[in-house]
Design a protein. Structure first.
Length: 173
């Protein structure tokens, strides 16, 4: 799939078929994640892949439907190295790194005919405890992935005029 098509076709997907995500697909998605740009290429991310029976532990951590996805990637910042270098600013860098990795993974999933959704609403402590996530890995989002159960219409976007301010530049913008 062409990149423009993947950007246009990606939808937040919250209902999945029973079809498993294959190992090849999962690795393609994870590789797309780590191809994202990151501050000083420090790649301050860590991913936990939750599949099989372990998915049950997602109940109580976030919305129940997430546990129905064939797999969920728990996206964490790993700030140990980046914090040593950048101090307080590392927090922002690490979150930016993971955000870019997530979009790459969602686009890769779209290219494979799969879908996913960024989940920002989850219980931070319950998530860390349920999956044995150590303190230096800070969970920033969950990313359930699977085959969409139905075609999802696009959600409306604000018009560009509302969200873009041009500062100087060429006349033909
Ligand atoms: C930071 C962030 C947090 C989000 N958290 C949730 C969430 O907790 N639950 C959910 O169902 N969708 C969540 N979403 C998905 C958004 O609702 C979705 O991206 C938005 O409605 C636009 O729809 P689209 O992604 O299909 O274009 C989140 C998205 C982002 C970027």
């Amino acid at each position: 799939m062409e990149i423009r098509e993947a950007i246009a076709e990606r939808r937040s997907t919250r209902a999945f078929t029973e079809r498993e995500v294959t190992r090849e697909e999962l690795y393609e998605i994870l590789r797309a994640g780590i191809m994202a740009p990151s501050a000083c290429n420090m790649q301050s991310w860590h991913f936990y892949v939750v599949a099989g029976e372990e998915r049950g532990k997602l109940r109580g951590v976030c919305a129940d439907w997430v546990a129905e996805a064939p797999l969920t990637i728990i996206v964490c910042t790993d700030r140990s190295a980046i914090e040593a270098r950048f101090g307080e600013r590392a927090k922002k860098f690490a979150v930016q790194d993971t955000a870019l990795a997530m979009e790459n993974m969602l686009l890769a999933a779209t290219g494979l005919g799969l879908g996913g959704c960024v989940i920002g609403a989850y219980d931070q402590d319950a998530c860390a405890v349920s999956f044995g996530i150590p303190e230096h890995h800070h969970v920033v989002a969950l990313l359930p992935i699977g085959e969409p159960r139905e075609k999802i219409p696009p959600r409306e976007r604000k018009p560009l005029e509302d969200v873009v301010t041009f500062v100087g530049g060429q006349k033909n913008f």
